[in-house]
Ligand binder design. Structure first.
Ligand SMILES: Nc1nc2c(ncn2[C@@H]2O[C@H](COP(=O)(O)OP(=O)(O)OP(=O)(O)O)[C@@H](O)[C@H]2O)c(=O)[nH]1
Ligand SMILES: [Mg+2]
Length: 514
């Protein structure tokens, strides 16, 4: 019976994957290159109105070029495949268990069990219809064992869970549980069992909007599918229910399923790789007429989106009191005090113990950070874990191999100072702000301006020129003119230019401009 259920569960996957892989089963015109990526570098050199209206999308010519590569249905097919994390769609009433490891290599040195439990509660509360019914911190010396806890603790925990009315699942706050562990715990507790990986994956699934995010999530799910497959087949073996070969194909059920998974993974990887190459190409093509790019990064929920909204006035941005509200990199134009236009990049937030596969699959998104002109690290200074969050962010940046130049010039801001009574400004190297009430934002803009000028040696300025003088033709020759807005009344024009510090100095001297 269990064997039958396994085959029934996998059959739709097999069928769908076969259709996707075998050219005989589908129209030959459908190609799997489904991504129209968000292209950070393509946003450089755009009309600022276009980018300031929220998420930048490719220009007409880029769109046409990339339209060929898009196939919505195939991305959806990969994404909607099944409830990988097995969390279901509806409501959940959860019991959270945090195993507290007091000794050995798994002990967490930088944080406390209470704060880690609070973060797990925060993850659950991020999801609509999910509530925490009860939670417990329980010490263990054997976190690697299937049942995680010693005999006594496990028994009392099981009793407590079974006596708690109305719970639908237990969330064990560890990075990953093995499939065998999940099976054993489910049997003991009589309800579904989740780990950090499945909960975070579910949050990502709920928040993913673009094709790129959906593909990255599909990629992150592959290891889960693989370990579940191994487990299912082991069960079949135990029950003696596995037929050796499938339909005379010469392949066993396990071999067929493993092959389909490999093929699925290759498809997703090749789509993401194409997207990466495309970005690279556009980046080099457009280098000469770029707007400076400022990437805003930090721990999840620290206020990145709120800050960019305040800096740019972009009403399309929607900050939320949620973990992982932002999953897609988006670009928004803002003005600095000297009228220079910069592009602020909103990025996905970081989280401690984020499952490795998720980091890997989202590293393509974060890769754009490397090509910024400046990084702004936002910290929620009101959060009890703010120091650990900073350590975590710096570690992830180190793993992403961000150039030294960028790390060295990174601006650190302390956000949410409105939540702290009598906030004392101690460190001269950080900027205290409140993205919500606007405190410190002028100082931040000035700091960004100074760093941008230092790192690019260029200004993007709106200059008023007298059309009867040779100013405009000089600018065409010596700088990059991006836009000319003529004022017919007084024979002048506002000219938007990208100009180096040296050229601007000559311009001011030549035309006696202050
Ligand atoms: N009191 C206060 N709340 C803030 C401030 N900045 C942001 N918030 C709140 O913090 C929550 C998270 O803000 P977001 O801007 O969505 O945070 P984020 O870093 O973009 O979060 P993710 O995209 O989920 O990583 C929202 O409820 C904001 O209103 C601030 O300066 N003061
Ligand atoms: Mg955000």
């Amino acid at each position: 019976m269990a064997a039958l259920r396994t085959i029934q569960r996998w059959l739709p996957v097999l069928q769908r994957s076969c259709t996707a892989i075998c050219p005989l089963h589908r129209p030959t015109t459908a190609r799997f290159l489904p991504v129209r990526p968000f292209v950070l570098s393509a946003a450089r050199g755009r009309n600022t109105d276009e980018v300031s209206k929220g998420r930048y999308t490719a220009s007409t010519e880029e769109e046409e070029e990339e339209e060929d590569f898009i196939d919505d249905s195939e991305v959806e097919e990969l994404f909607q495949q099944q409830d990988i994390a097995e969390v279901g769609q509806g409501q959940h009433r959860l019991f959270i268990v945090h195993p507290d490891v007091k000794w050995g290599s798994r002990k967490q040195h930088l944080t406390t069990a209470e704060l880690m439990l609070a973060e797990a509660v925060g993850l659950v509360n991020t999801l609509d219809n999910w509530t925490v019914v009860d939670s417990i911190i329980l010490s263990t010396k054997t976190p690697e064992k299937k049942r995680i806890f010693g005999k006594g603790n496990f028994q009392s925990l099981t009793e407590k869970i079974r006596q708690t009315a109305g719970i639908t699942a237990v969330f064990v706050n560890v990075e990953r549980l093995s499939p065998l562990s999940v099976k054993e715990l489910k049997e003991a507790w009589g309800v579904n069992v989740f780990d950090r990986y499945s909960v975070v994956l579910h949050i990502f699934r709920c928040n993913a909007q673009t094709k790129e995010a959906k593909l990255q999530i599909s990629l992150a799910e592959i290891p889960l599918l693989r370990s579940r497959l191994r487990n299912d087949v082991a069960n079949l073996d135990q029950q003696g229910g596995r037929s050796k070969y499938i339909g005379g194909s010469g392949e066993t059920l396990l071999e067929v399923q493993q092959r389909l998974l490999r093929e699925r993974e290759l498809k997703i990887r090749s789509a993401l790789e194409k997207l990466r190459r495309k970005r690279h190409l556009l980046r080099s093509q457009r280098k000469h007429k770029e707007f400076p790019v400022v990437s805003v990064l930090g721990y999840t929920n620290c206020g990145k989106t709120t800050l960019i909204k305040s800096l740019t006035g972009d009403s399309g941005l929607q900050p939320k009191n949620q973990l992982f509200a932002t999953l897609d990199v988006t670009v928004h134009a803002g003005q600095l005090p000297n009228h220079m236009t910069v592009l602020y990049v909103d990025t996905i937030g970081f989280l401690s113990q984020l499952p490795h596969q998720l980091i890997d699959s989202f590293s393509a998104t974060l890769e754009d950070i490397k090509h910024s002109d400046l990084l702004v690290h936002v910290r929620d200074i009101s959060h009890p874990e703010t120091v650990n969050q900073k350590v975590n962010v710096l570690n992830v940046l180190k793993n992403l191999q961000i150039p030294e130049r960028l790390l060295g010039s990174m601006i650190e801001v302390h956000n949410k100072i409105d939540l702290i009574d009598n906030y004392q400004f101690m460190d001269p190297h950080v900027l205290p702000i409140s993205a919500l009430d606007g405190r410190g934002l002028d100082e931040l803009k000035m700091a960004v301006e100074a760093e941008i000028i230092a790192s690019t040696g260029k200004h993007i300025l709106d200059l008023r020129v007298d059309l009867s003088s040779p100013q405009l033709s000089w600018l065409y020759k010596e700088a990059t003119v991006q836009d000319v807005e003529v004022d017919a009344n007084d024979g002048s024009a506002i000219v938007k230019v990208v100009i180096s510090t040296a050229a601007y100095g000559r311009y001011k001297k030549l035309f006696s401009v202050k």
